[in-house]
Design a protein around this ligand. Sequence first.
Ligand code: 0A1
Ligand code: ZN
Length: 881
Amino acid sequence: MSDRSETPTAPILLADYRPPAWTVEQVELTFDLAIDRAEVDARLALRRKVDEPIRLNGEGLELIELKVDGRVLSEGEYILGDGMLEFTATGDTCVVETRVALRPAENTAFEGLYLSGSRETGFLLTQCEAEGFRHITFFPDRPDVLSRYTVTLRADKARFPVLLAGGNPDGSGDLPEGRHWARFVDPHPKPSYLFALVAGRLERISRDHVTADGRRVALHIWAEPDAIDRCDYAMDALVRSMRWDEDAYGRNYDLDVFHVVATHDFNMGAMENKGLNIFNAKYLLADPDSSTDDEYRHVEAVVAHEYFHNWSGNRVTCRDWFQLSLKEGLTVFREQSFSADMNSAPLKRIEDVALLRRAQFPEDAGPLSHPVRPSQYSEINNFYTATVYEKGAELVRMLAGRLGPEGFRQGMDLYFARHDGQAVTIEDFLRALGEANGIDLMPYLAWYEQSGTPRISADGRYDAAQRRYRLTLRQRTPAVDGQAARRPLPVPVRLSLFDPSGQATPLRLEGEAAPDGVERTVVLHTAEQVFTFEDIAQAPVPSLLRGFSAPVILEYDYAPDELALLLRHDADGFNRWEAGQQLAGLAFDDARDGRQQGAALDAWTTVLAALFHDPAVDDALLAELLTPPGEIELVERQPERDPQRIRDARLRMLGALAARIGVPALRQRYDALSAMARGDLDAASQARRQLKRRVLDLIALASPDDGRALARTQYERAPAMTDRLAALSTLALADADAAAEAIAHFRRRYDGNALALDKWFAMQAQLPGDSAFDRIRSLEADPAFTLKNPNRVQALIGTFARANPTGFHRTDGAAYRWLADRLLAIDALNPQVAARVATAFNGWKRLEPVRREAAHAVIAALSSRRDLSRDLTDILGRVAL
Ligand code: 0A1
Ligand code: ZN
């Protein structure tokens, strides 16, 4: 567990980076494993780089013995304290041997070696990123120390029949007294955060994969016996990922075995340990009866993400934790590209941008805002953020766009070849990509170093006499309090111009001899730049930032009918959706301000009603178009937030849309979609379910009785989870009391199925309004609720605090006080989870005054406590500012 904060620790600064004084060339670890007590013998072959004592990190370890070059050190010969073991050595190389004891079953923080599940049937596993290895043995626990690992595991054979560690198997056998052993050798030097072991009663499914360069690899997915039949989809996804990385990046797997393990007790999504990926069960297990379509897609994406780390993260790793986005932003980008290839590229782009706006934009606009490469941190676990991951991926996407597909591939080839086996920086990445293409990409470093979402304002002037269109682009990034003024960034703006009939116009920039297609990318390098297009016959409607070519907020004063034109005609699937979102934003303003006949509300409902009947619009896109920005995104548009007003206005605009399409047409579409319903997983079936859900929600708004009746039937007849959960949620949203019977039925049906129960908790945690808080408290009393399981905590407490604005942001502040209380209890068990949940306080400053005061009082009281973990102290300290 992390330190308590009685003595606040000084932040770690990027500017203070120094290479390690001693490196570790070879690590030999021997584990004697048991639930209550494990012993770890470590033999480290060290090499001196700088004339300094040897300093090894170690937290919560009971040191039994320390030897240097074969000699036992007595107590006076070393210093042990503050998470560090220090002693001196004379030569330039030395062998350090330690023996330590650990207490896995007492480790509720899930960092280091811990127990998943019960003492009787659970299994042991490790989590080392970012700084968990120091909870296992004394070691220079930093990513720039790369070592070769040999790991021997010993344990009772009946209790721990399966013993796994990263690397290739190197023997196994029986020992006296019913024990056994297994050894693993990893030939690839790796940082300590990629070490992993697993021991317990697990079952497996297996497959063989022959890599493009001819290596036969045994793939094994491991799970507890009751879950092993839910691993097949993940295995398929793994094979697809391996093939894709071979084709798209020329990257092959590099060990003889690849293990993947599922656990229900995990702080994050999954972990890319070398040769032994460990997954939160939520992102590995999938079956139609308990998983939704969205979850299937997430399993595919996370399996790919962890696998892709084998090169972007493991073979080439980070010099220090400030460079985290070097592996995470790049791997998210690779994962997004894979998912786009496996599914629909425009829909994937819509999903990714929607996530960026929902999660990263608010983060970057509030007190937790930080650059993709932060310059300081006090607790690194708090930097696994949407900014490092999602915005980081957008930066790689911009670089890839700048170089084009072939140039990017050449750049990546050079990056992997040049830095294989190294721990490197973002600068190294930019240099490799740039040098492979003869381009200086260093101006993009500013994107990594500067926080905040840039605002790009665009202004178009048409000159009929000159047949010219002048587009002025300006950029500014609002500075966060106390930070330096922002530098202009290189901002690629992909664009087209549409004539009033909806045709894209050929584009010739001033000074060019001939037009070059109907889509161009212009790059804004300075605070303001003008781009002049020639031979433009009529005043055009610009389609800007196509495909979301840069992670910015675009400000262009579109009239509703211009957005309506783009919504009808834009060939860029993303921008078509985007036009709909922009128009919906204006329609929301009309609904909020009581303009029931407002031009935007009218245009939005009119175009969508037309598209609803247009056979050229496929089901998946229509479902997306019928979804206006959510309450969380809409809140971002408001200077001062009153969640209830926002929710009411959003419902009014959706009501207007339902009325415009009309209940008979909605009903007809719903029936047609239902008639085709099966539980199949192909894209068309998924799209139909998605659209059916939107249509049902619209029916429930326009004709509540019909909506309830249809939802009840859908719940009863659903062939799989997607339809079942959607129907339950529609029923509960329409009338939570009337849905009580179905809610109880779901609870009984899925008793014992942890992942399905998480959805049951989360669905109810989102139900809005005054009664939400009481509902949460009675859900806490459900015997299946526990603060010890991160997924359960996120499902109930996290969802309520983050995704239920009207329920959580009560004017009486009761939910804030309750959250503070729960944070204290969670923090005592698992600081990482407490810190994550606490980020729900991020936007308090922009609440309307009554709620703001109530939130402030709670945050101030909580953050002044001295008995919190470093993780929670760090988040609260920043949020309170
Ligand atoms: N590297 C993993 C995510 C991860 C990060 C931290 C963890 O513990 C604090 C665990 C997992 C990934 O990106 O998949
Ligand atoms: Zn990752």
